[in-house]
Design a protein around this ligand. Sequence first.
Ligand SMILES: NC(=O)c1ccc[n+]([C@@H]2O[C@H](COP(=O)([O-])OP(=O)(O)OC[C@H]3O[C@@H](n4cnc5c(N)ncnc54)[C@H](O)[C@@H]3O)[C@@H](O)[C@H]2O)c1
Length: 433
Amino acid sequence: MALLDKIHDHSAVVGVVGLGYVGLPLAVLQAKTGFRVFGIDEDHEKIARIDKGQSYIGDVQDADLAHVSGTTGFSVTTNFNVLQKCDIVLICVPTPLTANKEPDLGAVLKVTKTLAQHAHPDMLVVLESTSYPGTTEEIIVPALTGRGLQAGRNLFVAFSPERVDPGNASFKTHNTAKLVGGVTSTCGEMARTFYEQSIVNIFPVSSARVAEMTKLVENVFRSVNIAFVNELAMLCDRMGINVHEVIDAATTKNFGFMPFYPGPGVGGHCIPLDPYYLSWKSKAYDLHARFIELAGEINEGMPYFVVGKLQRILNKNGKCLNGATILVLGVTYKADVGDPRQSPATKVMELLQTEGATLIYVDPFAPRLTLGDTEYAAKTLSPPLLTECDACLILTAHSTFDYDMIVERASIIFDTRNATRHVKKNKEHVTLL
Ligand SMILES: NC(=O)c1ccc[n+]([C@@H]2O[C@H](COP(=O)([O-])OP(=O)(O)OC[C@H]3O[C@@H](n4cnc5c(N)ncnc54)[C@H](O)[C@@H]3O)[C@@H](O)[C@H]2O)c1
């Protein structure tokens, strides 16, 4: 049966490589749609947990895993030989940066090399990992074609960026609009038909490169705007103006203004990394993407600003950071999510450690945290903990924190997220970013 028919009647076998924040929800969705799905990951621990029916991703419930393995046949493995049986392969492996902030496509290259051994006619391969424009055409296609396989004729290759926003209660994988760009129009059409089976709103674009560029533009947009308000926060700090009041006031404009909020930096696997994929590639075209680099510089400088400002706050209260006990509230990269990757809180805490502070932290989403050689265990938020610390530093505004209690009990509070805005009590001891 031709691939298109197998997609339409859901008899196509789908392989999802990389079962993380992107791959696991996607694999479960495809299984729920009725496809036979193989989840492939090199991490034995993750495979063992899925086999036991235990999800490690907030957006996938244990019940979802039990449901799909029981009904449609969702199985997971570390053995890449199952790729031979797959008609469709979705690549969802990490695309980090090197220490010098250059693209590290090691995982994509490794998967592509293995996939080349199993590629067969009538196969659809889609890269979902974020990367610079040209990755699909320049890396995936040459590795998979030849030996009788030609893109657009009997092998279909596309890029379809994942836009999932972990923890977002309204938009999940199935109802987040999906871009699809094929290496050829036939490739794009095949990928579009596949995703239409499970995702409500597919938006085809003319090429894989357009899809790759669009994904990066979305994240650069956030990075640049966040950097702008972070710079504004530093200026307002010098001028003695409340930056949050300014942003709230500007938001009353009926058109032409979109609020972004300052914070201790940017985190997660997207905003701190993805923009550098584009600025790196832009250099090959003799263009230095200065907006991107500047935004990175400002956002990466925020943890240093936070530590400097905390030092000033302590000074004002006759205290010194060296030797002070700092209670950090929230260490994950964003509120109500358990993902600690690239969290600015980690950087702030490392800097505080270097300055000689004693650190305690509370985060219901992160029971343990390692900073250098030091292991920390999360404490439970309580009145004595707040009373005993020299200062309380709010870095991630989890909705489960009792901000009334925090404001009432802590003697010095530095709130980098404006998390205490709804507390009505006396807030003279609360400093905002
Ligand atoms: N997390 C997000 O919110 C998000 C959103 C949109 C796009 N993305 C992009 O999606 C991609 C994946 O991100 P993620 O957050 O799911 O990463 P992740 O680290 O949560 O998951 C990646 C998985 O791939 C596995 N893996 C690594 N190398 C492998 C290999 N060679 N073979 C098989 N498995 C391998 C890892 O063990 C891990 O389970 C990245 O390119 C990221 O930029 C992420």
